[in-house]
Design a protein around this ligand. Structure first.
Ligand code: NAD
Ligand code: UFG
Length: 332
């Protein structure tokens, strides 16, 4: 059965492509490589021993997406393609709206044309804004504080309207918490260029000596040690969650929303200490001012996804720290 994975060369898409191939699906990837490299395709093949079809191009390109659907009998789409840097979205909002929303509209139009009405969409815990209550359930109020988050919320709205207009669609919206780690092979993972925005890539660059010190953004939050608390989830668990969501979509699930998180929050200091212990390295840090827009704590109530899909995270913070570092050391 052929599954189209948009953004399949990226961090989450590549790990999910591996899980899909291991589960016996045929995988077609479309990616314009604006935030990834083509080597990933070879790594996916190497890990799984299976072939992957790859189209280099933009999901906003109607002719390309039309060509893919005309050449393949696509049963469902996993839609990861999108720009994701919160800070960049504030300085380049039009780029974010154009890329993330246009690509989704284009995809949905072609899917409608070919009567492929099964889609799993990558949303984010960012749609919960600054949560009023923890842990966060799927029916919590939705709001965003930056253009990136707004693209996710608008796309969720578009998908809901598409479903309302035509109940033949099966649409699952997955709201990810904070994915970390890498495939255990060390062949695929996350290693952004330049100075990272996110915590784990920054920790790794300090551990490898590429950056001198980790800046911890505030230790005066209302959390047990004062540093920010997040629900970190291993990328392999996250990828496997997509297989469960896809299985449900293919059975005919209607419109569904699930949190993909572990349900447990860890502070910045806990993550740094775990990373140091597991990898036997030092991560010097200093406390600096809070980062504008950050929230104190964010973690999921994952009970709905467990009840409905039987999915729960299996790997722990040690696994995330070990696998994230292993990937970077191996590819250095
Ligand atoms: P990523 O940047 O590693 O992967 C996204 C991929 O999409 C990249 O390979 C990029 O080249 C490709 N892409 C972007 N726009 C495209 C377009 N118009 N046409 C074709 N390809 C395009 O990001 P990721 O971390 O793998 O995230 C995947 C999805 O999950 C994104 O939609 C992101 O917003 C969402 N998400 C990520 C996180 C996270 O912390 N990583 C959290 C919540 C949600
Ligand atoms: N942090 C530091 N120093 C750093 C980087 C981060 O102290 O150099 C802290 C942050 O203040 C926060 C925690 O580490 O308390 C996690 O920060 P990240 O930037 O790694 O992740 P965020 O929770 O801010 O945001 C991420 C993605 C968003 C997504 C959100 C929820 O960047 O796109 O997770 O899924 F919406």
């Amino acid at each position: 059965m052929e599954i189209l994975v948009t953004g399949g060369c990226g961090y989450i898409g590549s790990h999910t492509a591996v899980s899909l191939l291991e589960a016996g699906y045929d995988v077609i990837i479309v990616d314009n490589l604006c935030n990834s490299k083509m080597d990933v395709i070879d790594s996916i093949k190497k890990i799984t021993g299976k072939d992957v079809k790859f189209y280099k191009g933009n999901v906003c390109d109607y002719a390309l997406i039309n060509k893919i659907f005309s050449h393949h009998k696509i049963a469902a789409v996993l839609h990861f393609a999108g720009l994701k840097a919160v800070g960049e979205s504030v300085s380049k909002p039009l780029l974010y709206y154009r890329n993330n929303i246009d690509s989704t509209l284009n995809l949905l139009e072609v899917m409608t044309k070919y009567n492929c009405k099964n889609i799993v969409f990558s949303s984010s815990a960012t749609v919960y804004g600054s949560p009023q209550t923890l842990p966060i359930k799927e029916d919590a109020p939705l709001t965003t504080t930056n253009p990136y988050g707004s693209t996710k919320l608008y796309i969720e709205g578009i998908l809901k309207d598409v479903y309302t207009a035509d109940n033949d669609w099966n649409i699952t919206i997955l709201r990810y918490f904070n994915p970390l780690g890498a495939h255990k092979s060390g062949l695929i993972g996350e290693n952004p260029n330049g100075i990272p925005n996110n915590l784990m890539p920054y920790i790794i660059k300090v551990a490898t000596g590429e950056l001198p010190i980790l800046n911890i953004f505030g230790n005066d939050y209302d959390t047990p040690d004062g540093t920010g608390v997040r629900d970190y989830i291993h990328i392999t668990d996250l990828a496997n969650g997509h297989i469960k969501a896809l299985e449900e979509v293919l059975k005919g699930s209607g419109l569904k929303y699930y949190n993909l998180g572990t349900g447990k929050g860890y502070s910045v200091l806990e993550l740094v200490k775990t990373f140091e212990q597991v990898n036997n390295v030092k991560v010097p840090y200093q406390i600096v001012d809070r980062r504008p827009g950050d929230i104190a704590a964010c973690y999921a109530d994952p009970s709905s996804v467990y009840q409905c899909l039987g999915w729960k995270a299996e790997l722990n913070l040690e696994d995330m720290c070990r696998d994230a570092y292993n990937y970077v050391i191996k590819t250095k």
